[in-house]
Design a binder for this molecule. Structure first.
Ligand code: ATP
Ligand code: MG
Length: 668
């Protein structure tokens, strides 16, 4: 039996966790000790022992993680169909399904989910409406106001207290921020919009409801949660509400990797759970199956926390020490990373087994240019993503206004894509259209700037030809027709984006329920750019660029950790509080523990004053404070030569299958 095979590889502590009965189980263990693997094996074991798949709920942090675990469990238990019937996904995705199912009970006509970018658009709209958008208004940025809103609900803390803690300089404006956020909540209600936090709030309310809650509890016998260290208060309450006595509950996590405190997660959730359930079993896993010992020695050294828990490698081979690469500046860093990636590639580590990790998406600006110039294919996860996916989101916005004409943010987005419609007119027109949909097309066109009228009339007439009752493929086709000219006019690099738009249009046209599909894209945007547009073909090879946050739970043979400078990592935004600094240290630890065989840490000696301004003045930059003396003693130090010979080597990735040979010549 396949499960037997899976169990055979597990060590005794892992086995104990997999075979554990139905009393509450907490697996608290360090990075790479096999927590996720244990969870997967446990699911497979449950299925094998005859538990019906629909009685299992598996919660993860990304959709990628959920689908990877489910397909692995399926192959372990030898019944692919069974694993597909397991309820699994991110907290938000599952919340969405449950909320949609109980929309009536919640007093919602339908469920339209808005993503974080829509949230800032909507808050911007409201700022303008209330005259809070001028430069003389000293309010926090819109993004910060959105963060405040999120913190308020995720930590159950009043607006004023959150501002006091996070934005003390804006305390005088606390009342204005609070008022703005009340408008925000009211507008979401009027327009039938739910943000990601609202989904969790609604799910929690359903769990707390006497009737619905009882039905939800009866639905699943087994609730399993990965990366529990990063749940926030709402998620804790949902989990506890689903399993008041902890029967069938399994959670796994590592407090040293808690990296979402800024979102309301607080370290210590794992231990709280043990206190909450007196009969809980705590399993600790000791052996690390991922990395070589020299990598773990460094990770152990920087590992935060008072108790120095040491990770010990199970892998027999020693492996080299992590490398500390000192570079001259950001450009030199980019060139050096590219050189070392190509060198590793020649040595047999394909691009897909390598990743460049960074604290913040903007750090890779120079590197991305360098990779493009050299023809090294890559995909970027996490971070800005906005430029990469905004055309996809434009198409989604067109679906959304057809499905819910009151969706003011989506109207706004589409309107700003028209030439000659500025932000101010887009706001006015969005309000008109959100009130009456395309029935008010004539009013909107009349109110539009003269130059924009023909274009707008054409968009609205194309969108007006379909509505929520139209068959999905036809609806998608009409929206494409309306959006295509806007995209062509708006994006200079339109050609590059065509495939992604095509991909999402095809995926959308194949849906029976377009509304759910659209909401799911708001919930897990990685997927928009990820699954269909970024799935590598079998003979294709590409490098991963990722923020550390998006690299959680993943691993690569070779990890290149860039920009390990004070101010970048730890981020200078976190330096004001000790809690912020501790979180940065956990992030650093997460980054180091992603590496299996080799780990390179890059430290430029000079950096531009602004990360994305290429010609900005360079100033001296210090190595990260986390690279302490004892930490450096565990690394191999190298420096780039004073001048890297130019021009740099250009890779021949256009022909993936022969590129290894091509490199031999280049590196001879
Ligand atoms: P993280 O904290 O980073 O999420 P984790 O504790 O979830 O790590 P896994 O991702 O489950 O760790 O496992 C790390 C690696 O070790 C994976 O490649 C996994 O397949 C491997 N592994 C886990 N357990 C064993 C084992 N008993 N034998 C061999 N390899 C194992
Ligand atoms: Mg894991």
């Amino acid at each position: 039996m396949a499960v037997g095979d899976a169990l055979a590889g597990l060590d005794p502590a892992q086995l104990e966790a997999v075979e554990h009965g139905d009393s509450p189980l907490v697996v608290a263990a360090g990075a790479g000790t096999g927590k996720t693997r244990v969870l997967t094996a446990r699911v497979a074991r449950l299925l094998e022992s005859g538990v019906p798949p629909e009685r299992i709920l598996l919660l993860t942090f990304t959709r990628r993680a959920a689908s990877a675990m489910l397909s692995r469990a399926a192959s372990l238990c030898g019944d692919p169909q069974a694993a597909q019937r397991i309820a699994g996904g991110t907290f938000h995705a599952v919340a969405h399904r449950i909320v949609a199912e109980h929309a009536q009970h919640l007093g919602l006509e339908d469920v339209t989910v808005i993503d974080p970018d829509d949230v800032t658009d909507l808050i911007d709209l409201l700022r303008a409406e209330h005259g809070l958008d001028g430069t003389e208004v000293r309010l926090p940025t819109t993004r910060s106001i959105a963060d405040i809103a999120s913190r308020v609900v995720n930590t159950a803390t009043p607006v004023r207290a959150v501002i006091e803690e996070q934005f003390p300089w804006a305390l005088e404006q606390a009342d204005q921020v609070a008022a703005l956020l009340r408008h925000y909540r009211e507008r979401k209600r009027v327009r039938g919009l739910l943000d990601l936090d609202d989904l969790l709030i609604a799910w929690r309310a359903l769990v707390a409801d006497p009737d619905v809650g009882a039905r939800l509890r009866a639905r699943w016998d087994w609730v399993l949660v990965d990366e529990y260290q990063d749940v926030n208060q709402l998620q804790v309450e949902i989990v506890r509400g689903l399993s008041p006595d902890g029967r069938g509950l399994t959670v796994v996590g590592d407090d040293a990797q808690a990296i979402y405190a800024f979102r309301g997660a607080s370290a210590g959730h794992l231990l709280d759970l043990i206190e909450a359930y007196p009969d809980a079993t705590l399993v600790r896993l000791q052996r690390n199956f991922r990395s070589t010992q020299p990598i773990l020695d460094l990770a152990n050294e920087v590992r935060p926390g008072e108790v120095k828990l040491r990770l010990v490698a199970d892998r027999p081979q020693q492996g080299g020490r992590p490398t500390l690469v000192t570079c001259r500046n950001a450009d030199d860093e980019a060139r050096t990373i590219a050189d070392r990636i190509l060198a590793a590639h020649v040595d047999g580590t394909p691009l897909r087994s390598q990743a460049v990790l960074m604290r913040t998406g903007s750090h890779s600006a120079q590197l991305e240019v360098e990779l493009k110039v050299r023809g090294i294919p890559f995909h970027k996860f996490g971070g800005i993503g906005y430029l990469e996916t905004s055309h996809v989101r434009d198409l989604l916005a067109s679906f959304r206004v057809v499905l819910n004409p009151a969706d003011e943010v989506s109207w706004y987005r589409l309107l700003t894509r028209h030439r000659a419609i500025g932000k101010a007119s887009a706001r006015t027109l969005a309000a008109i259209l959100a009130d009456g949909g395309v029935d008010r097309a004539a009013d909107a066109v009349a109110a539009a700037p003269a130059k924009a009228r023909t274009g707008l009339a054409s968009t609205l007439s194309l969108l007006g030809a379909v509505d929520v009752t139209t068959a999905v493929p036809e609806l998608v086709e009409a929206c494409r027709g309306a959006v295509d000219p806007l995209l062509r006019a708006h994006y200079p690099d339109w050609n590059r984006r065509v495939t992604e738009v095509e991909g999402i249009a095809q995926a959308a046209a194949a849906q029976s329920d377009l509304r759910t599909f659209v909401s799911e894209q708001a919930i897990d945007p990685v997927n928009v750019a990820g699954d269909w547009a970024k799935q590598p073909h079998l003979d294709e090879d590409w490098l991963t660029l990722s923020t550390i946050h998006s690299a959680k739970g993943l691993e690569w043979d070779a990890v290149h950790l860039m920009r390990a400078n004070d101010g970048a990592m730890p981020s200078d935004m976190a330096l004001t509080s000790s809690a912020g600094l501790a979180e940065e240290q956990r992030l650093f630890y997460v980054a180091l523990t992603r590496a299996r065989d080799t780990l390179d840490v890059y430290v430029p000696s000079q950096l531009p004053t602004h990360p994305t301004a290429f010609l900005a003045k360079h100033v001296a930059a210090k190595p990260s404070r986390f690279l302490t003396e004892p930490a450096r003693a565990l690394m191999e130090a190298v420096s780039t030569p004073a001048l890297t010979p130019e021009p740099a080597v250009k890779a021949a990735f256009a022909v993936p299958r022969v590129c290894t040979d091509a490199f031999d010549d280049l590196f001879a």
